[in-house]
Structures are given as C-alpha cells and as structure tokens.
Design a binder for this molecule. Structure first.
Ligand code: COI
Length: 360
C-alpha cells in the first residue's frame, strides 16, 4: 500500500501478526519490547529517499559497514503519550533540532522536519495501540541515523539510513522515582570541550559504560560527571542533566560543547521560571555543592532526561566525602516538577507552552 503524506511518500507494509497480545504492559522495563513496525529511509546521491514503514525485524548489513567501525551514528529519544485528546508527541521540534545539530557534528546529512514528523506520525498512527495507558508510562521513540558505506578507510560516508523504532516503556531506573545515588569519577571523563559531548552519538554512551559499571559495583546508580579538564565543574550524570536547589536558587550547569542540551532540562527551566523561581544556568563546581551541603543550604538535587523524566538524587559521593540530600528522600520540587511534566504529557494539565504535538 502506498500512502501520500504532506511531502513524503511512504510505502507501508503491515505486519501479518502483531506481537501486542504477548506484551505485558504492567511489567514494562525500559527499551526491552518493541512495537510492530519501524520507519526506514535511505540517503543516496545527495538526497533522502525510499521512505517506508515495515514490520519491526532484522536488517541486513555488511560486516564492512563503516558506522560499525568508526561510529558515524546519531540518535534521539522522545516520547508519545496516550491522552483523552489523541496522541501527545512531546516537543518533537526540539528533538528534531538536536538531531540535526548532532548530524552536523558527525558529518551526517540533516533531516527535514517534514520528513521527521511525517515518518513519526504515520508510524504512531499504525502502532498507536502500543502506547501504554498507565500514567508515567509511554511509548519511547528512537530515531537514529547511521552511515552505510562499505569501507575500512576513515572518511565520511556517502550513504546513510534513517530509522525510527518505538518501545513501550515504564521507569528508566530500577529505583523508579526513588532517589538514586551518584558518585563522581576522579579517573574517567565522559567528554571534553570541543569533543562529542553535546551530540547524541553512541561514543558518549560507550565512554560511560565502564565508569558506570564500576560505580554500580560500589552501590551507586550512576556517575556524576565532572569536566574532563580540571575535574572540578559538574557536567551531567548518566543519561541526565542535573539540577541543584541551593537556598532558593535552582542551578543547572551552563551548556558547553561537552554537555548534552537536554529537552527535559529546557522544560524544567521554563516551568520553574514560570513558577517564579530563581533559575540559573551557570558553572557549578563540586566544591560549591559540598559547601552548600555542609552549610545546610543544599535542599534538593535531581536529574532530568527524556527517559528518566525527573530522577531525585539522594546521595553524592566525591572522593571520600558522602553527602545525603534531603535526608535521602524525594524532594518537594522534584515531585512537583514530575507531576507537572507528566500531567502535561498525559493531557491532564494545561499545555500552556504548546508542547504537546497532537496526533489524532
Ligand atoms: C533519553 O533520555 O532519551 C536518553 O537518551 C537516555 C537513553 C540513552 C536511554
């Protein structure tokens, strides 16, 4: 079947057998189950072409595929929610902008918003029953682009594939909304100024695996990353940006080329400012946080991310100092922000910023 869209012609092949009845929606982890269909499009001869939606399944690649060897890959992660007004796709234009920024850094051809949104819309319409109904659960959407030339020299590929897969998800962390424990690393760096840190590309996540594993062995959920140069300024944590409530000031590290510009980070800044809070994006050192904790001024710390939404942080270890925040309990601001964001996403609260892109 061929369906004409706004500008995009998408060939759609539906699955013969949906897997939805075998899916336990009550026991969703994160990113372990995939919906019935996926979107795919190729870049060749200087243009994006051959848009199609096909059953989710294996793809054929050559072992000499250049992105397997040199990592010319970018990805995104956004979410769709079931609401009384239709499907809420949360802030797709922000994710699209970031995808294209990552593309530029990785020498990958950009994707037009129309392609991105049309591909997503058709995919979501087809797999709408995969969007979980439980509050706080969602359909996680993973667009990604990888280089597809076959060669072993280090150079920019001429061909690419853009794909979108989707996965019904529950909480990202095993702890759910319970506070997590973080640890700084004196040994490792996630990214450095001028590197890939601001791009959503697998290399950053690969760099975090060993340090995260070591942190986990010591009873921590993730690493709290410090800058790679002085190991002094806080950058981000795991798959999240971080916020500190010190007295009445809400601070998050200012963006530079080693920090990912989180969409949930931006959402929190907007909401907190709308609530009249004093919000600053500035450099913040680990010493400043430890001092605020010792003076009783550190009220709350939380992480933000599309997957995690808001994740309260209950403890931070730096060298031989361990601080406990808010008695290790969920803070009032973290809870209020979580309720506000998920309320907007599920269509229960006013979407005054116009963040829900509705698909009916
Ligand atoms: C997201 O929050 O979307 C992320 O990118 C986290 C992901 C790596 C699981």
């Amino acid at each position: 079947m061929t369906r004409r869209c706004y500008i995009l012609k998408i060939n759609i092949t539906k699955t013969h057998k949906s897997r939805i009845d075998e899916t336990e929606f009550e026991n969703l982890g994160f990113g372990e189950v995939f919906s019935d269909h996926m979107f795919s499009m190729d870049y060749r001869n200087g243009e994006w072409t051959s848009a199609q939606i096909i059953p989710f399944g294996n793809i054929e690649i050559l072992p000499s595929l250049c992105s397997l060897h040199y990592g010319q890959v970018v990805f995104e992660g956004l979410k769709a929610f079931r609401t009384k007004n239709g499907i809420c796709l949360f802030r797709p234009e922000k994710y699209h902008e970031r995808l294209n920024r990552s593309c530029l850094r990785l020498c990958i051809p950009e994707i037009d918003y129309e392609i991105f949104i049309e591909g997503l819309t058709e995919l979501l319409k087809l797999d709408k029953n995969w969007i979980p109904e439980i509050k706080g659960h969602s359909l996680y959407i993973r667009p990604f682009i990888f280089a597809t030339d076959s060669f072993l020299g280090v150079k920019i590929s001429k061909t690419y594939r853009f794909m979108i897969i989707t996965s019904p998800v529950g909480a990202y962390y095993r702890e759910g909304f319970n506070p997590i424990r973080l640890k700084t690393s004196g040994k490792y760096a996630r990214a450095v100024e001028g590197g890939l840190g601001a791009s959503k590309t697998p290399a950053n996540y690969a760099a975090s695996l060993l340090p995260a594993e070591e942190a986990k062995k010591n009873g921590f959920s993730q690493v709290l990353w410090l800058d790679g140069f002085e190991k002094k300024y806080i950058e981000e944590s795991g798959a999240m940006n971080v916020f500190f409530l010190m007295d009445d000031e809400l601070v998050t590290p200012s963006l530079d080329s080693s920090i990912l510009e989180g969409v949930t980070r931006n959402t929190v800044i907007h909401i907190a400012r709308e609530w009249g809070m004093d919000v600053h994006e500035r450099r913040i050192s680990i010493d400043e946080v430890l001092l605020a904790a010792s003076e009783g001024r550190l009220k709350e710390v939380f992480g933000t991310g599309t997957a995690a939404v808001i994740s309260p942080i209950g403890e931070i270890q730096h060298n031989d100092i361990l601080i406990t925040i808010n008695g290790g309990k969920i803070g009032m601001l973290s809870k209020k922000l979580y309720d506000e964001i998920t309320g907007i996403q599920h269509g229960e609260k006013d979407d005054e910023f116009g963040w829900c892109h509705l698909i009916r």
